[in-house]
Design a protein around this ligand. Structure first.
Ligand code: G3P
Length: 219
């Protein structure tokens, strides 16, 4: 499974890139807005820092303006992936951009049929939002399960990118179900590393080693 970092915070991106685990980054207008006014500088820095795919979302509204902005974003770097929210009126734009060779991540996907439609158009990534489905009393993981089934059934190449991951179990379930990618908030990487038995085990090994009273293992 590929692991993307769901963040536009350059310090955090740098910190977690050093773990060697991060295959890419996803941003969105909310995450970028939290970084202040210098949006272009932030985007260009992230594109330079991250060796893998970086999703940048359009903020234009009309299909023509979305088309224009998608091309502008795609030109920013070979690893720039254009994020477009799912909407009926964007389908022709999405089809045209795929034809132009622009790599797309279709975001705010909440149903299997939305996913099937954009898979048919040949987009690179499809982003189902797990946590926001949970927020309204639905089970977000069922959508991941459905999309994995659809992908196996129709063998489409679009990658299922589990998004709106809020806790470790979302991420783990997405991995077990076979989502191609999970985009995770930075804090979850560390949260997923902790296990009380690992920490207890380290403590016990250390206590036993100290009983020997030796300084060095190999002398
Ligand atoms: O990748 C999309 C993600 O950032 C949305 O997460 O927690 O705002 O639903 P959330």
């Amino acid at each position: 499974m590929k692991i993307f970092l769901d963040s536009a915070d350059r310090k955090l991106i740098e910190k977690y890139l050093s773990t060697g685990l991060i295959d890419g980054v996803t941003t969105n207008p909310s995450l970028l807005s939290a970084q202040g006014q210098n949006t272009k500088e932030v985007i260009l820095d992230i594109l330079r820092m991250v060796p893998g795919d970086v999703s940048i979302e359009v903020v234009e509204k009309s299909p023509d303006a979305v088309y224009e902005q998608a091309h502008q974003i795609a030109k920013l770097g070979d690893n720039a992936i254009v994020k477009i929210p799912f909407a009926f009126e964007y389908l022709p734009t999405i089809a045209k951009l795929v034809e132009d060779g622009v790599q797309l991540n279709i975001t705010l996907v909440f149903s299997a049929l939305q996913a099937l439609m954009v898979a048919k158009l040949g987009v690179t990534y499809i982003s189902p939002f797990v946590g926001r489905l949970d927020d309204i009393g639905s089970d977000g993981m069922v959508l991941i399960e459905d999309l994995v089934t659809l992908k196996q059934q129709y063998e489409f190449p679009s990658q299922i990118l589990a998004a709106s991951i809020r806790h470790v179990m979302h991420w783990e379930r997405a991995a077990l179900l076979g989502a191609d990618v999970a985009t995770v908030p930075p804090a979850l990487i560390e949260a997923a590393c902790h296990h009380p038995l690992t920490e207890l085990g380290i403590k016990k090994f250390d206590q036993d080693w100290q009983k020997l009273g030796k300084q060095s293992l190999l002398e």
